[in-house]
Design a protein around this ligand. Structure first.
Ligand SMILES: *Cc1c(COP(=O)(O)O)cnc(C)c1O
Length: 741
């Protein structure tokens, strides 16, 4: 009721008084003493400061990252800080001067929108009739979701790629659905790394340090005050960690951090970077995440209903549970049974390098002290991580530990489920591949968080403001077939605006990347040209340069004067991955060929922000991994709400999403054994689809310039993909199949 009342008052009362009333409305939750009306005349500043305080609270809850109106407020309060901090709301609220804030909030229009956002936030937080209330009431205690990375927003850089993005989207959907949920991760002070390309196109890595007090997080304190400290044993040392709490809508994320004076120098930096350092760093980080995570939950008095290991990095958590069960007097078999009843595991990749393996010496060194207290032998420890326990040269594999100690396990697409059963069948000796107990739940994305402000606006007008609550209703999305709801002309105008935004953004970024020296960037890209996007980690199996395999064939497509093509790349190679860096360099060299100048663009420093521009602006999202190595892939799911179309290998999610009319496939639904043959076939297929279908359809216009067949394909994609590949649908499946026992 608050905001409607406010609209009314704003029209009739002078700003100063109306602000006071708004203050009462917003603050009656905080039970303001209405008797203090007499302070009205002297408390003008107080009014605005209270609003500022509420904005500070808002900046500390990452709910704003999926609410464009909230982001617009922070942007408007200080466009300068907002842009230079990579959209960090906490920095805006810290760095804006009191007097400027006050001056800006005195603007009626802005303060009215501020109240409306705050009201929306309050009602979101207070909502009791959530999806989970009606569909997951059996879940009393929280799900404890462990992940080595969480990609929530570009301003909190504690993620590397798809795994982190998925964790972030999982967390946001858990909040939206009202699921009792706690995330457990690490606070990486230096994050992943920032990418710069040098003059010859070689990737260089920068590691700026993030200060926690500039981020939306707070230290977890003890009840008596003072920060909460916990410990883990690594080697012979006791390593302390503190914990940061991040609020993500209605759910909580805890980030563990060893950067403490109590620790030896090298343990202070243990949690500094995502997947950084060497194998010792890796095992140390995983001890903190898994063992430390369990201890943290206990010190907070939280008993999870289920431990969800999102990828094997956190699997040491079962060793801590085992130690505790043994300590309580259970024998090994009973202890294992208890633990298995409490744990579930998701595996994310068939790529061998994606599975952590530690040799026996390292295990003995790193976990020896911890394991001694269980009274079990070192070989007993190793056997939990071995397919063949008696094979003394077999390393300890985190995935094996997780599979052995979970009541249920899953891959992240139908095909990946199959590949995982095949991959781990020997662990379940005697079982047929199809009977190996690894199922699948296909990944999704948190669409409200990926939709740009422009897309929100467009669909709010046409689908109603509650479209974000309908992501689990496939029927709702059939409406998009109706061209009364959104005409072809309107959809095409949306496509133009989004493509134009991307082209402008890419030109600005190129200008900055060139050191601000180039006079003109207008030759770079065109807002009218069919635009392909390709952005993801530069892991070599994703084959970023595949499209350039036969330049003599592909260049004519780019330089066709009537029906041209342009492509924008982004992505980071892991600092140790020289082959990945060579892929980047190869693309840079190709982009410098005169025929391709301004048509092939590489944007540096891929992160969530760069991703958002690309997934909204690209007409076609190219995905050409070496099948079947892309377990799911999620970037292609983010484009649909913006009217983008997928052009993809039949791998991961696209094998399930593609129906012949909602995008295009590359290659067939089968695996090729010989890699060179596979590359050759996939290039040929890509070339054929591009030249015979994608390009002609994009440029097939009516007399007003509208490509009706293309738009039909977009409508089909929206109807068939949006609901299916949403993390809301995914969470629903996790709840039914895995969380509720
Ligand atoms: C979505 C996303 C990914 C995952 O992309 P895939 O194509 O699934 O590998 C990686 N990084 C960022 C920044 C993303 O937004």
């Amino acid at each position: 009721m608050g905001s409607r009342f406010w609209f009314f008052m704003d029209t009739f009362l002078p700003g100063f008084i109306s602000n006071y009333f708004a203050f009462l409305i917003v603050n009656n939750i905080e039970s303001v003493n209405r008797g203090k009306m007499t302070e009205l005349s002297i408390n003008k500043n107080h009014i605005h400061i209270s609003l500022a305080q509420r904005l500070r609270t808002l900046s500390m809850n990452m709910w704003w990252t999926w609410n464009p109106e909230a982001q617009a407020l922070f942007n408007e309060l200080s466009p300068h800080i907002w842009r230079h901090s990579n959209h960090n709301a906490v920095e805006v609220m810290q760095d804006i001067s009191e007097c400027e804030l006050e001056a800006r909030l005195r603007d009626h229009e802005l303060s009215r929108r501020t109240y409306s956002v705050l009201e929306k936030f309050d009602s979101y937080m207070a909502e009791t009739s959530t999806w989970a209330k009606h569909n997951a009431s059996a879940l009393k205690n929280p799900v404890a979701y462990f992940s080595a990375e969480f990609g929530i927003h570009e301003s909190l850089p504690i993620y590397s790629g798809g795994l982190g993005i998925l964790s972030g989207d999982h967390t946001k959907s858990a909040s939206d659905l009202g699921i009792p949920f706690i995330g457990i991760g690490l606070f990486y002070r230096q994050g992943y790394f920032q990418q710069r390309l040098n003059a010859v196109g070689w990737q260089e890595e920068l590691y700026p340090t993030n200060s926690p007090d500039r981020l939306p997080m707070e230290l977890v304190l003890q009840p008596e005050g003072g920060r909460l400290l916990n410990t883990v044993e690594i080697g012979h040392s006791t390593v302390y960690f503190q914990t940061w709490v991040v609020h993500i809508g209605r759910v909580t994320l805890y980030l563990l951090d060893t950067n403490l004076p109590e620790n030896d120098q090298h343990f202070q930096g243990l949690t500094a970077t995502v997947y950084g350092g060497n194998i010792d760093t890796r095992i140390g980080q995983e001890i903190v995440l898994g063992i430390g995570g369990v201890r943290l939950l206990q010190s907070l008095g939280i008993t999870p209903s289920v431990f969800h290991m999102n990828e094997g990095h956190s699997a040491f958590l079962v060793l801590e549970l085992l130690k505790q069960e043994l300590g309580s007097g259970k024998n090994q078999e009973e202890a294992e049974r208890t633990i298995r009843s409490r744990c579930v595991f998701t595996t994310h990749t068939p790529v061998p390098a994606g599975h952590d393996r530690f040799n026996s010496e390292l295990m003995a060194y790193a976990l020896g002290k911890f394991w001694n207290s269980t009274g079990l032998s070192h070989e007993a420890l190793m056997s939990y991580g071995r397919v063949y326990p008696s094979k003394t040269d077999e390393p300890f594999t985190m995935t094996v530990l997780a599979l052995k100690m979970s009541r249920a396990a899953n891959g992240v697409s139908e095909l990946h489920g199959h590949v995982s059963r095949e991959m781990w069948k020997e662990l379940f000796h005697g079982k047929q591949v199809d009977d190996v107990p690894i199922g699948y739940i296909t990944n999704g994305v948190h669409t409200p968080g990926w939709a740009t402000a422009h897309a929100h606006d467009f669909w709010n007008k046409r689908l109603g403001f509650d479209w974000t609550a309908k992501l689990m209703e496939p029927k709702f999305w059939r409406k998009i077939a109706d061209d009364e709801l959104a005409t072809d002309e309107e959809l095409w105008a949306l496509r133009y605006s989004l493509r134009r935004d991307l082209v402008d953004y890419a030109r600005r970024q190129k200008y900055i990347q060139m050191g601000g020296t180039s006079l003109a960037t207008s030759h770079i890209l065109s807002p009218d040209v069919l635009t392909i996007g390709f952005a993801r980690r530069f892991a070599t199996y994703k084959r970023a340069p595949l499209i350039f395999k036969h330049l003599e064939k592909i260049i004519p497509l780019f330089s066709d004067p009537q029906h041209p093509l342009q492509i924008i790349f982004a992505g980071k190679a892991h600092p140790h991955d020289n082959d990945g860096k060579q892929f980047i360099q190869h693309i840079i060299e190709i982009s410098r060929q005169p025929e391709l100048s301004g048509k092939v663009v590489f944007l540096e420093n891929y992160d969530i922000n760069v991703a958002r521009h690309l997934i909204s602006g690209a007409d076609v999202w190219l995905n050409n991994p070496r099948r079947p190595l892309e377990a799911s892939g999620t970037s292609g799911m983010k484009i649909t709400i913006h009217g983008g179309l997928n052009l993809s290998i039949m791998d991961g999610w696209w094998r399930e999403g593609y129906n012949g009319h909602n995008g295009w496939n590359i290659g067939d639904d089968q695996n090729e054994t010989d890699l060179e043959t596979q590359d050759e076939h996939d290039f040929e297929s890509l070339f054929k689809v591009l030249s015979e279908s994608v390009i002609p359809e994009f440029y097939d216009r009516d007399e007003r310039g509208i490509p009706h067949a293309w738009l039909k394909r977009i409508r089909n994609a929206m109807q068939t993909l949006l609901s299916q590949f949403s993390t809301n649908r995914m969470l629903g499946e996790y709840i039914q199949k895995y969380y509720i026992h």
